[in-house]
Design a protein around this ligand. Structure first.
Ligand SMILES: [Zn+2]
Ligand SMILES: [Zn+2]
Length: 343
């Protein structure tokens, strides 16, 4: 059975669960771990059965509970490499550490560990002094494994990396430590268990933001929020899906007259900001193929939108075409999960 459950949607936190076959994936972890678990149980999902976490981009409303959730469940987190870097920078702002500095720190930590290992081995067996075991060599090969592993874990998945710090004390100290990190690339599909994942680039002011199309048991689900506009590529990705979670962020008039400072208004309105009700409706009316059994409007602004406005606009956009009347239109909300949608 394929199941889709939105746990939260909006600028205070985003998260959804995709289930297909025996596999369960958490898409973004924008609430605290405790709240994510509470909402999952409320919606009939079992947190302990999650197999992986996928991250669309590094904005706080998508990653707030990421590290705690991944650590608690001991499951891998899938990022693009740029998003992973940006997430690490976000977690270590006071140290002002660049990615290069972080790599250097990993190299030093690995070298220190390897030196300790070498001393221990030499003490145990002084004859065994293979040059392969020189501290520097081990450190650099460990570093290569961190940055450019050769064997991908699955098609389209670029890399599988163990977090660089392994000792218990460094795990506690390092806020960026994760049990396992997998890299994917936008445009390259990959598989997690029974679910095929196709990430696609969206236009948004983050390091490397993506949307996803999930396929399982012949059912296709699309997640496309946090996008400044619907590019031709996004339009192509959203064709032929059975469920579409699409952003309907703000009402243009409410945003223009609303409380945000001018600069923030410009950012939201820009082509790397968020999708307005009007843009969403224009897409649904003129460019959408009408295949989805369910259309879920999400990432509604609490300050610059009203659920009724988003719903009315989308209903109007869909009602103009008789073939779309069978679509069910739902709204994903911020403060409570949406009932699971089954296929
Ligand atoms: Zn967001
Ligand atoms: Zn965002």
């Amino acid at each position: 059975m394929v199941r889709f459950t939105v746990l939260a949607s909006g600028s205070r936190g985003n998260s959804a669960v995709v289930c297909g076959g025996q596999t369960r994936i958490l898409v973004d972890a924008g609430l605290s771990c405790r709240e994510l678990f509470r909402r999952m149980r409320l919606a009939g999902e079992v947190p302990e059965k999650l197999d992986a976490i996928l991250v669309t981009h590094e904005h706080q409303d998508h990653i707030n509970g990421l590290a705690v959730t991944a650590r608690k469940l001991g499951i891998p987190v899938y990022f693009t490499q740029a998003t992973h870097r940006a997430w690490m920078r976000w977690l270590t702002p006071r140290r002002q550490m660049t990615y290069a500095q972080w790599l250097e720190q990993c190299r030093k930590q690995n070298a220190a560990r390897c030196a300790e290992t070498q001393i221990a081995e030499e003490e145990a067996d002084p004859e065994d002094s293979s040059p392969l075991y020189d501290a520097q060599g081990l450190a650099s090969s460990a570093l290569e494994a961190t940055t450019a592993p050769e064997a991908p874990g699955a098609p389209g998945v670029e890399a599988s990396v163990e977090a660089p710090t392994n000792s218990d004390s460094s795990k506690k100290e390092d806020p960026t430590w994760l049990p396992c990190v997998e890299y994917f690339q936008s445009g390259c599909s990959f598989v997690i268990g029974d679910i095929a994942v196709s990430p696609f680039t969206v236009s948004h002011d983050a390091a490397d933001p993506v949307g996803f199309v999930f396929s399982a048991e012949g059912v296709r689900l699309a997640v496309a929020t946090d996008l400044g506009y619907i590019s031709p590529n996004v339009k192509a990705q959203l064709k032929g899906v059975d469920l579409l979670l699409l952003e309907s962020n703000h009402d243009l008039e409410m945003l223009r007259d609303g409380p945000y400072p001018w600069a923030v208004k410009q950012r939201v309105l820009s082509r790397v900001g968020h999708l307005s009700n009007e843009a969403t409706d224009d897409f649904l009316e003129n460019a959408y193929d009408g295949q989805a059994a369910y259309i879920v409007l999400g990432h509604l602004s609490e300050n610059n939108n009203l659920p009724e406005l988003a719903r009315l606009g989308a209903e109007r956009a869909l009602s103009g075409r008789a073939s779309l009347l069978a679509n069910r239109l739902l709204l994903a909300m911020q403060h409570e999960p949406l009932a699971a949608i089954h296929f």
